[in-house]
Design a protein around this ligand. Structure first.
Ligand code: BGC
Length: 748
């Protein structure tokens, strides 16, 4: 893209989608026409009335300060003699309301467009049509669009000429799209029109999802359809969306009397239910409605099924949680006034994500944003892109900032692509350097404002943060990130002796400071907890003897080998004391089953896996979930909601259990990057009946399947050609095999 003139309307029209138009003639034979386009806001580009490309919500969300993506389209077929190019732009992430603590758009009030259309003629000459002050600006039939608030499409609205475009003086770094395109995917029909006890008319699409509703309708000019969105019904079966907080998510369609088709193109909603607030005065044509799932393009790579319908539902919920939250950036949730690139959520889920789908492009782009936003001193924020907020969002927290080391390492391991390490190694080191510089003790990370073991259940019903000492958690992650820097450096052939020594010292200090006689100390000094972290009650408990602390010690290898058994015993005891349940939150949950299995406590791991009392994975399944919930008991046993302000029903983080499902239940363990070398060590369980998974890896397709027949257990494995697999069966049988299909059977 050579020409980069940003234009905007001569008059600010807040909230509306504006169209930037240019007429032009082309004489002669066109060999090739290419359009490069971007916007501050969400754009839709058309030439001669035909939308260009099949992507939606372009150009997506980046750390705009550092770079803005532009898209490139081959538009040769669109060009005629007389042409009209139209770039319609709505507020979207950059200009609309987006983020926390911001009342207006982070980049001002005016949507802006930039475009370059190059037309190469058969005779070799090239003409350029580029955004400049000769473009005309109009209002459109989309009279309002906002990511949080929703969209109004008024087919009766007059398109008003505002004037000639003016230049926007700012300069942005325009870079070509390197991420995964955002596209429309599944299309769902409503499964039911519910009349609620309150008399509301509510469409149920059967699946909590992210995207928008489309509507085909024929009515009278000026008739309206107004739709509200919700993820859940309340305990009486009435429509509920107080958990969206201030995000209204309302769609308004005004009919023009023709056969109409409506579909938002400048906003998206997170929903399963749609309340029809207004509809022409006749019977609702349910079949006119569809729900279109929108997410980044990712090829499915992981599959799993077993003999337990509830576990299959859990897996389904994990997949849909990813679809709903991988929309250009990894968001926490897709519906309320948040939808931010929370780094902690991304950190805990990225391995699962990379097993479920091919997310290479997705992470190439987002890690670029993360690098761009890393602070000079190495700090990595809780949210990326970070521009969209203040206060609460700007904390530097253990478990969140660590995405800087975890995500590049995971992407390298899964895809055997060293560029993930080469591109991000500086960021990884700088993050560790940041931690090293915090506080007085080089080897401990004490104090700071952390999100902690977010939403854990052991500090009381009303606390956002669990009971585990933030200092312990932070120092544990310090060790983990240092270890990942060492591993990455080794792959890259870097000298990592400094980090090796650092890790030895962190572990030594961890044991001195947080442990006594091979166990974590229970009472640990209280360090300040951020005020926003409290929900009602004041939590001052900072503990070392918690499930999360023990899990982190085991998983991050922070104890001596001879101490592991006793720690695993203690972990099992704490689980038993809590009625075979977990108390873990965002930072303990991802590793609890792994830590137990690694210590041979798979039976306890299975107990947690099958548990359906709160807190557990199956609790939400039993309560009708179709995606993963933010809070273990988002809906409480008595049917009431845990809260209105932190209660998303599409929050993928706890879906990270899929990693254990593939890796332990089906036993596909990665031993060498790209699955070139694997271990196949399934851990069958009668209650599951059978389990099978398939992973499309860069080395080829891996399959693992086990099932019972009478008193025998049978296995079928597929190892890709060129790969090597160590088979390790529960009866002690092991062998190493190459590519091929293998079956085994033994007595239970
Ligand atoms: C988000 C989380 C996020 C957290 C930080 C919440 O508002 O929804 O998923 O990680 O804040 O603690």
């Amino acid at each position: 893209m050579k020409y980069k003139t940003w234009i905007k309307s001569p008059e600010t029209v807040e909230g509306a989608v504006l169209s930037f138009r240019k007429r032009f003639n082309v004489e002669g034979d066109v060999k090739k026409a290419t359009l490069c386009v971007s916007s501050l806001g969400i754009y839709k580009a058309s030439i001669n009335g035909k939308k260009v490309g099949d992507q939606v919500l372009t150009p997506g969300c980046t750390s705009y300060d550092a770079r803005i993506i532009y898209n490139t389209y081959d538009v040769t077929e669109n060009i005629r003699d007389d042409n009209l190019i139209d770039i319609s732009v709505g507020g979207g992430w950059a200009i609309g309301r987006y983020g926390l603590g911001l009342s207006t758009g982070a980049f001002g009030k005016d949507v802006c467009a930039v475009a370059e259309l190059s037309i190469e003629m058969a005779d070799g000459t090239v003409h350029y049509i580029v955004t400049d002050t000769t473009w005309e600006v109009y209002t459109t039939k989309v009279t309002f669009a906002d990511l949080y608030e929703g969209e109004t499409i008024d087919k009766t609205a007059e398109e008003r000429y505002i004037g000639e475009a003016v230049k926007d003086g700012r300069e942005f770094n325009l870079v070509p799209q390197m991420g995964a395109d955002i596209c429309e995917n599944e299309v769902l029909a409503p499964i039911e029109l519910i009349i609620t006890p309150k008399g509301e008319r509510v469409l149920d699409f059967g699946q909590n999802m992210t995207g928008y509703v489309s509507l085909k309708i024929k009515g009278e000019k000026g008739e309206r359809v107004v739709l509200s969105h919700g993820e859940i019904l309340d305990k009486d079966g009435n429509f509920y969306n107080a958990n969206y907080r201030s995000a209204k998510n309302i769609l308004t369609f005004v009919l023009d009397g023709e056969e109409d088709f409506f579909k938002p193109e400048f906003s998206f909603q997170g929903f399963r239910y749609v309340r029809i607030d207004e509809y022409p005065d006749r019977e609702i044509d349910v079949n006119g409605f569809r729900a279109i799932a929108v997410h980044s393009k990712m090829d499915r790579t992981g599959r799993f099924a077993c003999g337990d319908a509830r576990i299959n539902q859990l897996y389904h919920n994990i997949i849909w949680g990813q679809k709903g939250n991988y929309l250009d950036i990894p968001t926490d949730c897709p519906q309320r006034d948040e939808r931010l690139g929370w780094t902690g959520d991304a950190q805990v889920f990225c391995r699962t994500a990379a097993m479920n789908f091919d997310v290479r492009k997705f992470f190439v782009k987002w890690l670029g944003d993360l690098r761009a936003e890393q602070r000079e001193d190495g700090a990595v924020y809780g949210v990326c892109p970070q521009k969209f907020g203040s206060g609460y969002m700007t904390r530097i927290s253990a478990g969140w900032g660590d995405v800087a080391t975890v995500a590049p390492w995971v992407m390298y391991e899964i895809y055997n692509d060293k560029s993930f390490l080469a591109d991000n190694f500086e960021m990884m080191k700088k993050w560790v350097e940041y931690i090293r510089g915090v506080g007085d003790d080089e080897y401990l990370w004490l104090s700071g404002y952390h999100y902690g073991d977010w939403l854990a259940m052991d500090a009381g019903e009303d606390s956002y943060v669990g009971a585990t000492s933030n200092d312990l958690v932070a120092t544990a992650f310090y060790a983990y990130s240092t270890e990942l820097v060492i591993k990455a450096g080794e792959v890259l052939g870097e000298d990592v002796s400094f980090y090796r020594e650092l890790l030895v010292n962190i572990k030594r200090r961890f044991r001195e400071y947080f442990m006594d006689n091979g166990m974590p100390k229970d009472e640990l000094p209280f360090t300040e907890v951020c005020p926003e972290n409290k929900k009602g009650v004041v939590d001052t408990v900072r503990r070392g003897m918690t499930q999360t602390a023990l899990v982190l010690i085991l998983y991050f290898d922070l104890c001596l080998p001879e101490e592991r058994e006793a720690i695993a015993d203690r972990l099992e005891e704490l689980i038993r004391d809590f009625d075979d349940r977990m108390t873990t939150g965002f930072l303990g949950t991802p590793y609890i089953l792994h830590a137990l299995s690694a210590c041979g406590r798979t039976e306890t791991a299975y107990k947690l896996f099958f548990q359906n009392k709160n807190p557990s994975w199956l609790y939400s399944v039993d309560h009708g979930a179709t995606t993963i919930w933010e809070h273990w008991n988002g809906i409480k046993d008595d049917g009431s909601f845990w809260s209105t302000d932190m209660n998303s029903f599409n929050h993928y983080a706890y879906g990270c259990v899929a990693e254990w499902i593939y890796g332990t239940v089906c036993g596909v363990k990665l031993l060498e990057a790209g699955y070139k070398k694997i271990k196949l060590a399934p851990v069958p369980n009668r209650k599951l009946g059978f389990a099978k998974c398939a992973l499309e890896t860069v080395s080829g397709r891996i399959e693992s399947h086990w099932y019972y027949t009478g008193d025998r257990i049978n296995y079928e494995f597929t190892v890709p050609a060129g790969a090597e697999a160590v088979i390790a069966l529960p009866n002690g049988y092991t062998e190493t095999v190459g590519g091929g299909t293998y079956t085994y059977s033994h007595k239970v």
